[in-house]
Design a protein around this ligand. Sequence first.
Ligand code: B12
Length: 149
Amino acid sequence: MALSQAARKVLLTGTVSDSHTWNLVFLELLLTEQGYAVDNLGPCVPVELLVRRCRAYAPDLVVVSSVNGHGYADGLAAVTGLRAEPDLADVPVVIGGNLGLDGRDDAHRRARLRAAGYQAVFDDGDLLAFERYLTALTGQPRTPVGRPA
Ligand code: B12
């Protein structure tokens, strides 16, 4: 699904157990620089709050960030909660950061997250891959604010 030029709302969220914040600050700046309107829910977000905010804000993309090592489990709960709501079944959701405790990619857990509803899983926190994903979603490259063209 390609986003229109006018529709660029991103709901950014930490996971329920994760108290780290600089990852969220960084991602908010990155997305804002690329022209997105970002609602940053902050850290330790319960699934119920994510669902409520998603419904109220009607984002074009939900970005879940986790670095504390519980991202596979928390991320699964988050997307399962969203997909359980019929009106939120189609909103694109991606997750990234440092999702496991051992710091390595896990193809099996990545596949589970995708099967549960994530469009993309950046479990190595790969920002270039994320930017490529955003470009594909919007159908065109963003002109980053504050950087030379
Ligand atoms: C600062 C810090 C803290 C601070 C956080 C302060 C704050 N206000 O955020 C404090 C001291 C509170 C803290 C606490 C804990 N921490 Co800590 N923390 C760190 C530290 C040193 C830096 C994190 C940071 O701010 N980085 C700067 C931001 C900008 O970068 P980032 O977080 O890496 O995020 C980047 C990428 O991951 C990526 N990314 C993130 N999300 C997403 C999402 C998408 C879609 C994409 C594409 C990319 C992406 O983009 C970001 C920018 O490059 C890291 C170690 C390290 N050097 O990375 C450990 C680290 C993250 N913490 C760790 C742990 C274990 C904890 C604790 C559980 C410790 C404890 N036993 O209490 C608690 C967390 C408790 C909880 N409930 O979550 C571990 C996680 C282990 C794992 N994942 O395997 C780390 C890796 C340290 C380690 N090597 O063990 N921590």
